[in-house]
Design a binder for this molecule. Structure first.
Ligand code: ZN
Ligand code: ZN
Length: 344
């Protein structure tokens, strides 16, 4: 059995270190997993800055994890050692009304692996067997690392109703915005415009198939979006979730349209034009994480080759450089930043 286990400890964005902890033993129905590749999420940098409403510092991150099963606890035999797995990190109670209706992503006692519990930014971790999915043959570790972040927009797109032939605006061209673009396109959207403050991000969105990209701080961004879409957007995915992005979303969505709030909002109230929401019958809907169906759809979508993973991942760092990986992830010029542990 391996002895050393390095694990990332985040005290603040300026204090990210490795702690040495014992290799955990898998309990009943648990797997011991060796991490291969771990993504740095927007929520990770958010938390490191002390801004995440639901992650307290210090914390031990890593919810976007690809790994190899190393050992299997009693009753966890369906995954043999050597199997590559991805973690579905929502840890739910299974008893509350939401869980019983299948919406365990909004479990009343929801905890997220790597957010409220120690995660996979480590050499080894344990996880219940029910919280992993097999990585298909032929899918690279880097592709597999995008399943978790893709599952969020896949879930958001499912909430938006049938997108076939509809017009879509995606606010924010970070990794989640780019994956929302891909998921909306796959769901049949006719025209998609992406907005962002940064030119490099707008260019990346166009390379990834957006019909146009608009400066989020243009004088009249809604007019520009409507110009490209030949009218207002049927659906807006707000991957920024700030007062300004919601104002834009309300400004450019069609009457009777939907705004799906994908980004994590700032703690506290966000002023919005309720008069317009009422007058235009705008539906504003939140979306949190995903369930196993979304995960399977995300696996299929990546396996289909429809996602240009190389264009989304802009940097990888070894585990010992986790601090640099967080800094890169905060750099707005970067897309997805990954940490390699025992992977490629
Ligand atoms: Zn994430
Ligand atoms: Zn529950």
């Amino acid at each position: 059995m391996p002895q050393a286990n390095r694990r990332v400890l985040v005290r603040s964005i300026d204090d990210i270190s490795l702690e040495e902890v014992p290799v955990p033993q898998p309990g009943d129905n648990e797997l011991l997993v060796r991490s291969r590749v771990v993504g740095v999420c927007g929520s990770d940098t958010h938390a490191a800055l002390g801004h995440h409403p639901f992650i307290d510092l210090p914390y031990r991150p890593g919810h976007e994890v690809v790994g190899t099963v190393v050992a299997v606890g009693a009753g966890a035999g369906e995954f043999a050692p050597g199997t590559r797995v991805i973690v579905e990190p929502n840890l739910y109670c299974g008893r509350c009304a939401q869980c019983r209706s299948g919406r365990y992503n909004i479990c009343q006692e929801l905890k997220v692996f790597g957010c409220q519990t120690p995660g996979g930014m480590a050499d080894f971790f344990t996880i219940p067997t029910g919280r992993v999915h097999r990585v298909p043959e032929g899918m690279s570790d880097l592709e597999a690392a995008l399943v978790e972040p893709l599952a969020t927009p896949v879930h958001a797109v499912a909430k938006a109703g049938d997108l076939t032939g509809r017009t879509v605006a995606v606010l924010g061209a970070g990794p989640i915005g780019l994956l929302a673009l891909a998921a909306a396109r796959h769901a049949g959207a006719a025209k998609i415009v992406v907005t962002d403050l940064l030119e490099s991000k707008r260019e990346r969105a166009v390379r990834l198939g957006a019909d146009g990209a608009v400066r989020a701080d243009a004088a009249r961004p809604a007019d520009e979006v409507r110009g490209i879409l030949d009218g207002p957007a049927d659906v807006v995915f707000d991957c920024v979730a700030r007062e300004q992005s919601m104002a834009q979303a309300i400004d450019l969505v069609a009457k009777g349209g939907r705004i799906i709030v994908v980004g994590v909002g700032a703690p506290g109230p966000t002023p919005i034009r309720l008069d317009l929401v009422q007058d235009r019958e705008i539906r504003i809907e939140g979306t949190l994480m995903y369930t196993a169906d979304d995960y399977r759809s995300a696996v299929d979508l990546i396996a289909s080759g429809a996602i240009a993973t190389d264009a989304i991942v802009t940097a990888t760092y070894p585990l010992e450089d986790a601090g640099k990986a967080f800094a890169a992830s905060l750099d707005p010029e970067h897309g997805k930043v990954l940490i390699t542990v025992a992977g490629p």
